[in-house]
Design a protein around this ligand. Structure first.
Ligand code: ADP
Ligand code: MG
Length: 383
C-alpha cells in the first residue's frame, strides 16, 4: 500500500487522494455460464490490484502501472475511443470511458497501479484492474454507484472498449465478494447471495495451480463457444440456455443438429446444475461432497466445451491420483489455472506429484498457492 502511494508521489509529485484495492478471483464452479444467464460461484483471492488515484479537473487522464514498466500513458477523457488503444492502458481508460458514457462526469485523473494478481492466469487480473479503477473514481467523485453497477461499468469497459466479450462474473466477483464466502451470482437478474465457504475448520484446503500457460481470450476460441451457445438457444427457441431446465436436457439435445452446439448446450445446462449442487452441499455443511462435482465440471469443460489444455488436464488428473477430493480448471481455460480441493494434509503430496508430473512432461513448473475466500474491492488508505 505504502509502496503504491509512494510510487504515485514519485511519478506525479504529490501524494494520492486515496488508495484502493480489488482482488482477483477463482471460480469454484459454473464456467462459461455467465453469458448464458446462468449461475456462477466465485470467491475473491487474497491477491489484489492496488490503485493510487487523484482527481484532475483539466480533462487529462494519466495512467501508469508498476507492473508494466514503461512511461506514463497520457490521454484526454473526451477523446477516448473504443477499440482504439492496444495494451494494458485500455482497461483503466475503458473504465473512464464507460463511466462517462453512463453519464458520470470523470473530469480527469492520475492513476498508479500495482498488482499481485498474476496476469493471463485465469485469475481475473483484468477485472481487478477495471474494478479498482471504477471504485476509486466512484468514491473520489462521489457518484454513489453500487457494487453491481460498478461491475457492469467494468464489464462494459472490457466488452466495448478493450474488445473482449467476457461475461459479468469476473467483475462482480472482484466488486462484490466477501471474506469467508463464495458468491452465488445469478447472472440472469444479477442477484447475489454470500454462501459461507470456510474450509479450514473442516480440515480441508483449496489449492490453486497456475500452469503458467497464458490463455488469450481474445484469440477467438472463447467467442466461438459463445456463438455456439447462442446458436443453441436460438435453435431451441429460448432467450438463453438458462431457460433449459436440467430435467429437460435430453429432450433439448435431441432437437439439436450440430454436435458442437449440442456439446456446448450440455456443458452449460449441466454446469448450472452443478452450481446448485455445490451450494446445497455447502449449505448442508458437507464441503467434501463438493470434490467430485468439481471433477465432473472439469470433464465437461474438457470433453464437451473443449476449453481445457494438456497442462490443465495433467494438473487435474495428477491431483486426483495423489488423493485430492476433486479438481478442475477455473476461468476461461486454454491455459491458466486449476483448483484442487483436498484434505489439508494432502496438499503437500498433491503439490509434489503435480510438480513431478510437469517436470516429466517437460512443462514449465507451475505456481502453487492455497486460496481462502478474501474481501472484495475496498479502500485501503485515506491518502
Ligand atoms: P486475466 O484476467 O485472466 O488475468 P486477461 O487477458 O483478461 O487475463 O487480462 C490480462 C491483461 O490485463 C494484461 O495483459 C494487461 O493488459 C492487463 N493487466 C492486468 N494486470 C495489470 C497490471 N497490474 N498493470 C497493467 N495491466 C494489467
Ligand atoms: Mg480477464
Amino acid at each position: 500500500m505504502t509502496t503504491v502511494a509512494a510510487g504515485f508521489e514519485e511519478l506525479y509529485g504529490a501524494p494520492p487522494e486515496g488508495v484502493w484495492a480489488a482482488p482477483g478471483r477463482v471460480n469454484l464452479i459454473g464456467e462459461y455460464t455467465d453469458f448464458n444467464e446462468g449461475l456462477v460461484l466465485p470467491f475473491a483471492l487474497p491477491h489484489r490490484t492496488f490503485a493510487a488515484v487523484s482527481r484532475r479537473f483539466d480533462g487529462v487522464l494519466r495512467l501508469h502501472s508498476a507492473d508494466m514498466g514503461g512511461e506514463v500513458v497520457t490521454l484526454r477523457v473526451d477523446a477516448l475511443e473504443p477499440l482504439s488503444g492496444s495494451g494494458w492502458s485500455a482497461y483503466p481508460a475503458g473504465v473512464v470511458w464507460a463511466l462517462r458514457e453512463a453519464g458520470h462526469a470523470v473530469t480527469g485523473a492520475d492513476v498508479h497501479l500495482s498488482s499481485a494478481v498474476p496476469t493471463g492466469a485465469g485469475l481475473s487480473s483484468s477485472a481487478a484492474l477495471e474494478v479498482v479503477t471504477a471504485l476509486a473514481l466512484d468514491e473520489l467523485h462521489g457518484f454513489g454507484l453500487g457494487r453491481p453497477e460498478l461491475a457492469r461499468i467494468a464489464q462494459r469497459a472490457e466488452n466495448a472498449f478493450v474488445g473482449v466479450p467476457c461475461g459479468i462474473m469476473d467483475q462482480t466477483a472482484s466488486a462484490c465478494c466477501a471474506e469467508g464466502h463464495v458468491l452465488h451470482l445469478d447472472t440472469r437478474d444479477l442477484s447475489t447471495r454470500q454462501v459461507p465457504f470456510d474450509l479450514a475448520p473442516h480440515g480441508l484446503a483449496l489449492l490453486v495451480v497456475n500452469t503458467r500457460v497464458k490463455h488469450t481470450l481474445g484469440d477467438g476460441a472463447y467467442a466461438a463457444r459463445r456463438a455456439a451457445c447462442e446458436a443453441g438457444a436460438r435453435q431451441l427457441g429460448v432467450g438463453s440456455l438458462r431457460d433449459i431446465p436440467y430435467a429437460r436436457l435430453p429432450e433439448a439435445l435431441a432437437r439439436l443438429g450440430s454436435e458442437t452446439v449440442r456439446h456446448c448446450v450440455r456443458h452449460v445446462v449441466t454446469d448450472n446444475e452443478r452450481v446448485e449442487r455445490v451450494v446445497a452441499y455447502l449449505a448442508a455443511g458437507d464441503p467434501r461432497a463438493v470434490g467430485p462435482v468439481l471433477t465432473e465440471g472439469h470433464a465437461s469443460l474438457r470433453d464437451d466445451l473443449r476449453v481445457s489444455c494438456a497442462e490443465l488436464d495433467l494438473a487435474v488428473t495428477t491431483s486426483l491420483e495423489a488423493g485430492a477430493l476433486g479438481a478442475r480448471m477455473t476461468g476461461g481455460g486454454f491455459g491458466g489455472s486449476a483448483i484442487v480441493l483436498a484434505e489439508a494434509d494432502a496438499v503437500d503430496p498433491v503439490v509434489a506429484s503435480v510438480r513431478k508430473a510437469f517436470t516429466e512432461s517437460g512443462y514449465t513448473e507451475p505456481e502453487f498457492f492455497p486460496a481462502s475466500p478474501s474481501a472484495g474491492a475496498h479502500r485501503v488508505h485515506s491518502g
